[in-house]
Design a protein around this ligand. Structure first.
Ligand code: ATP
Ligand code: MG
Length: 322
């Protein structure tokens, strides 16, 4: 069973990326056929500063390795080291109906947020389908925001196979864990690198404390009972970092009245900060060893390319380019 997932270097990684994609992926690498990549081609649709792109790419490599990606078990590479993915994008894009892409929620959400659309942003689901199909992927662990894109990938694979020959592409399946499907951001909406509502996995302690202490709550006094305690953002986030009984205890104290929002946010910060402490230490070691990180990505690209070359040969043959 081949597992694949990717994260775009369009910003600094946040706890939504961690729980939605990285942790499930890291758990699955024990199976021994894990393919994880840094989606730098995808970042071209949102970032135009080269230094920024390089910085985020480097940061994501460090984050993945710090959080437990093991290069002995997983293939880990930079998307743009395998330019065949762009060729495959054209092959499958030429069979992708406009209407399918026009219905993409993520595209529509980004338009609604005022992000200026370009061809790349519109074609994002096709490049993503190529990412997945190029490596004969069976399973893709992602957050719920990617569900529709996965369905599109399946549609595209099935259509290509029907048009040009069964067996050209493996038709993949999504893997979405309901409990971590959508991690809410500081504003209560989906946490996203591009929405400015993130809690980063790594970063400056003071800045992160300030972010968490700055979560806006309502104006009810600490003493007031809060029957909607389960919907409180700090409680929702605390559930990811604290033991279940600890989070449940805070929730019932908030519900009963007597627990102030300031104290609750302080608790949230402490649990969050302790949760990532071992990964922070590992990341500091990696920062001091950039050659190692570069070598991991280089070796990963070689292994990924071997698979990509075979799929490309099959796809070119199937559609008559060869
Ligand atoms: P962007 O704003 O650039 O789209 P993003 O924060 O949505 O960035 P992506 O790189 O698009 O991050 O997604 C990487 C992975 O993280 C995907 O599998 C996605 O489903 C998952 N993910 C992103 N945000 C969340 C979230 N809030 N909750 C759960 N999973 C998430
Ligand atoms: Mg996204």
């Amino acid at each position: 069973m081949r597992v694949l997932t990717g994260i775009t270097p369009s910003g600094t990684l946040h706890i939504g990326n961690y729980f939605g994609a990285m942790r499930p992926a890291i758990e699955l690498q024990a199976g021994g056929d894990a393919y994880y990549f840094i989606a730098d081609y995808h970042s071209l649709t949102v970032i135009t500063d080269p230094a920024e792109r390089r910085g985020y790419t480097q940061g994501i490599a460090l984050d993945w390795l710090a959080c437990g990606l093991d290069p002995a078990k997983s293939v880990f590479w930079r998307q743009s080291d395998i330019p065949e993915v762009c060729e495959l994008t054209w092959l499958i894009g030429s069979l992708t109906p406009m209407g399918l892409l026009e219905r993409a929620h993520s595209y529509k959400d980004k338009l609604a947020k005022g992000i200026a659309p370009n061809f790349g942003l519109f074609a994002y689901p096709v490049l993503m389908a190529a990412d997945i199909l190029l490596y004969d992927t069976n399973v893709v662990p992602v957050g719920k925001d990617q569900k529709q894109h996965l369905e599109m990938t399946r549609d595209i694979a099935i259509k290509f196979n029907l048009t040009y020959g069964e067996g050209t592409f493996v038709v993949p399946e999504e893997r979405i864990s309901e409990s971590v499907a959508v991690i809410p951001g500081l504003d209560g909406q989906k946490m996203s690198k591009s929405y400015g509502n993130t809690i980063e996995i790594f970063g400056d302690e003071k800045v992160l404390r300030k972010k968490i202490m700055g979560i806006v709550m309502d104006s009810r006094t600490p003493q007031e009972p809060k029957p909607d305690a389960d919907k409180n953002l700090a409680i929702q986030l605390l559930r990811f970092f604290a033991q279940a009984d600890v989070a449940a205890d805070y929730e019932s104290r908030l519900r009963a009245g007597g627990l102030g929002y300031g104290d609750l946010k302080k608790t949230l910060f402490e649990h969050y900060w302790n949760f990532f402490a071992p990964y922070r230490a590992r990341r500091a070691e990696l920062v001091a060893n950039p050659d190692y990180v570069e070598k991991v990505l280089h070796d990963g690209a070689e292994r990924a390319r071997a698979v990509a070359a075979k799929t490309m040969a099959r796809a070119r043959q199937a559609c008559g380019l060869r």
